[in-house]
Every structure is written in C-alpha cells, then in structure tokens.
Design a protein around this ligand. Structure first.
Ligand SMILES: [Zn+2]
Length: 180
C-alpha cells in the first residue's frame, strides 16, 4: 500500500472537487473512506492469510466494497443531499485500491471481487510499496515516502490548489457587476 497518509491526502483532494453544504463533514468522511480499505491489515496481522478473500488487498479493496461502504456512510450521514456525497465517497474509497495497484510489491488488489478474485496491478507501478506496521519506520520507509511524494502527494496538492483557485475566482466580485 502507499502509506495511509497518502491515501488520506488523495481523499481530501477529491473532497475539494465537490461543493457541498456540509463540506467539512464530507471532507472528513472522504479522508476516512480513502483509508478504510486498509482495515484489512488488522486481519493480516492477526493471521488471516494474505491471499484469501478477506486477506490484505482482498474484498475491502474492491469496487463492490466501495459501493457498499459509500452507500452505508451516505445513508447514515448524508441523507439530505445523498448523490454528491455518495459519488465522492465512492471515488475516495475506490481511489485506495487504484493507488495500491500502482505500487511495486505485495499482492495485487481483487478489484472485481466477489465476481473475479484475481489479484490485479496496473502495468505501470511507480509507487514503492510501503512496509506494513512498524516496518514503515526504516530506510525503506523513506524511499516509500519519496515515491509517494511524487506520485500521490504532488498531484493531490496540485488538485487542491486548482480547486482553491477556481473557488476564489468564483467568489471574487466581478468588476462589471457594480452598481450603475
Ligand atoms: Zn490498501
């Protein structure tokens, strides 16, 4: 996986692309949604076999899981304006396995589970895989952070800046709109 921080940043960047009344709540939900697939790492550490259906990068890293999770969170928290929230939360959740599929190690993600449990990667894998658990605090951890900075954090920050600029441009009063 990219580190959980990078997934969170990607979720935040996606949340900035949508305008909503409860933007802060939606942002927090998107950040959590982008991290939630890696809850399966608990199973990984407690003996669930990596390659099994509920193993790491298994079912929680699928489109089906993203649909179910985003629907659940929307029903619980965003009933007033469900569609933008559901779409954003789906994109934030599914961004997680898509980023994992760009990493250089471990097993691939079962993106199409439960219909097809093949472990998938993209043909291009520029992100160095992050060690699970405390192995992250190592020299390899630094190499991982460097590759994530380039391939995840940088594009996310650019997206954040672009959406911020677009918003301030929308908010600024036009000089032609004055009285007279
Ligand atoms: Zn993952």
């Amino acid at each position: 996986m990219p580190t959980v921080f990078s997934h969170a940043i990607a979720g935040a960047a996606l949340a900035r692309t949508i305008r909503a009344e409860d933007a802060r709540k939606l942002m927090i939900a998107a950040v959590i949604s982008a991290m939630v697939p890696d809850l399966d790492a608990i199973g990984f550490m407690t003996g669930v076999p990596y390659g099994s259906f509920f193993g790491h990068r298994g079912f929680t890293h699928s489109i089906t899981f993203a649909v179910l999770w985003s629907a659940l969170v929307t029903v619980l928290l965003f009933r007033k304006a469900p569609w933008p929230a559901a779409l954003l939360l789906f994109l934030a959740t599914v961004s997680h396995p898509l980023l994992d599929m760009l990493t250089s190690g471990g097993l691939g993600c079962t993106l199409f589970a439960p219909f097809n449990n093949e472990r998938l990667f993209f043909p291009w894998q520029p992100i160095k895989v992050s060690p699970l658990g405390f192995g992250f605090f190592s020299a390899r951890g630094l190499a991982v952070l460097a590759s994530e900075a380039v391939w995840v954090v940088l594009p996310s920050v650019i997206l954040l800046l672009v959406t911020k600029r677009r918003r301030s441009a929308c908010k600024a009063p036009s000089p032609n709109n004055g009285p007279g």
